[in-house]
Design a protein around this ligand. Structure first.
Ligand SMILES: [Zn+2]
Length: 365
């Protein structure tokens, strides 16, 4: 059994992986944006028996709020027993020191560090001996075996972590919101936060794929995203790339290091929620994959960006499946039969918002 759940994590990621049968083993990757823990992650974890909440691995891909927030809430929640045999998270201690003055660390990264240490968790142990979860400059990519599951690390590189060190503090403020503002918004039942004016629906017009493909491409330069842990999971015959918010050029370099012209995949969770700076044509051309997962409800950054979706349609194989974990104004523009017929692609949306996207043994549920 191999089950991949892309929970409705608002503009973030929260991914539950289950594999095996006796016993079923589990990994959790990220905890989503504010509100996701209470609305999606906790209810999902509560469905498990207490002894099933003993996970093989918890990965916090990077410090950005839309990935770390739900994990901090989980760690604070005494009402729900949760254990992970190991945690992969690159904290400030794992970031190489650049010359120059020491800067203070970002508050959410520090908070999580505190929780990990306080609870005496095993930290970056399995595969990395307590050091940074990072791919070496040369040689083979780290391949870590968890029983019958293999995890191959695809990002980050050490220079990416050095960049994050410089921006650690700033990276946590980039989202530009405070928990108090969010609490207030939640209590008022508003979930489209901040800048409603800015988030007007895009034109209802059919996307112009040719025009979108001509748009100039500039790679994402966020150091926090660049520090993101990304990995390939292999179980039985299934191969899935969970790309976090990693930079596409890093992923392409890792694919080359694996010695595969095109990385053969069953599913690809695209980097950075399908942003225009993170889904490059080059990355898609280096994948041999039919199923592309976009994880975002479009809050904050209007992900997925249409340029990114157009690149997947153009370069993602004969008939790529676009799998969205929300139906939103940014995703439903692709549910257009004439466009699908003209370009040869399929779309998939959850029936209800709280469903997210669930894939069992390679089939979308
Ligand atoms: Zn993100």
């Amino acid at each position: 059994m191999f089950r991949l759940e892309i929970l409705p994590a608002r503009y973030g990621d929260c991914i539950l992986l289950e594999y095996g049968s006796d016993p079923v083993r589990r990994m959790l990757i990220d905890g989503g944006a504010p509100g996701v823990y209470k609305r999606a992650l906790k209810p999902r974890l509560k469905e498990l028996a207490d002894d099933e909440r003993d996970f093989e691995l918890l990965v916090i891909t990077h410090v950005d709020y839309d990935h770390i927030r739900g994990i901090i809430e989980l760690a604070h929640d005494d009402s729900l027993p949760f254990k992970a045999k190991d945690i992969w998270f690159n904290g400030f201690r794992h970031l190489p020191k650049p010359p120059g003055p020491k800067i203070l660390a970002g508050k959410h990264g520090e908070e999580l560090t505190d929780l990990i240490l306080k609870n005496g968790h095993s930290w970056n142990s399995h595969g990395f001996n307590g050091n940074a979860v990072v791919i070496p400059e040369n040689g083979d990519l780290p391949r870590i075996v968890f029983d019958d599951m293999t995890v191959t690390l695809m990002a980050p590189t050490l220079p990416m972590l050095a960049d994050l060190r410089k921006d650690w503090e700033k990276s946590c403020e980039d989202i530009d919101i405070t928990p108090e503002e969010l609490e207030k918004a939640r209590s008022e039942g508003k979930f489209a936060l901040l800048g409603d004016e800015e988030q007007k629906a895009p034109e209802k017009a059919r996307p112009d794929i040719e025009q979108l493909l001509r748009e100039e491409y500039t790679e994402d330069n966020s150091s926090a995203n660049g520090s993101s842990i990304a990995f390939l999971v292999e179980y039985a015959d299934y191969r899935v790339l969970l790309a976090g918010d990693a930079h596409p050029s890093t992923l392409v370099e890792s694919i080359k290091r694996l010695g595969e012209e095109r990385l053969k995949l069953d599913f690809c969770k695209l980097p950075h929620h399908g942003s225009r700076g993170s889904v490059s044509s080059e990355l898609i051309q280096h994948l041999d994959c039919e199923n592309y997962i976009f994880s975002s409800n479009g809050d904050q950054f209007r992900h997925p960006h249409p340029e990114a979706v157009a690149r997947v349609i153009e370069y993602g194989g004969e008939c790529p499946n676009l799998l969205f974990n929300y139906r939103t104004r940014w995703t439903e523009i692709w549910d257009d039969k004439p466009l699908r017929d003209a370009y040869g692609y399929e779309t998939r949306y959850p029936k209800k918002e709280q469903d997210g996207l669930t894939i069992v043994n390679g089939e979308c549920q």
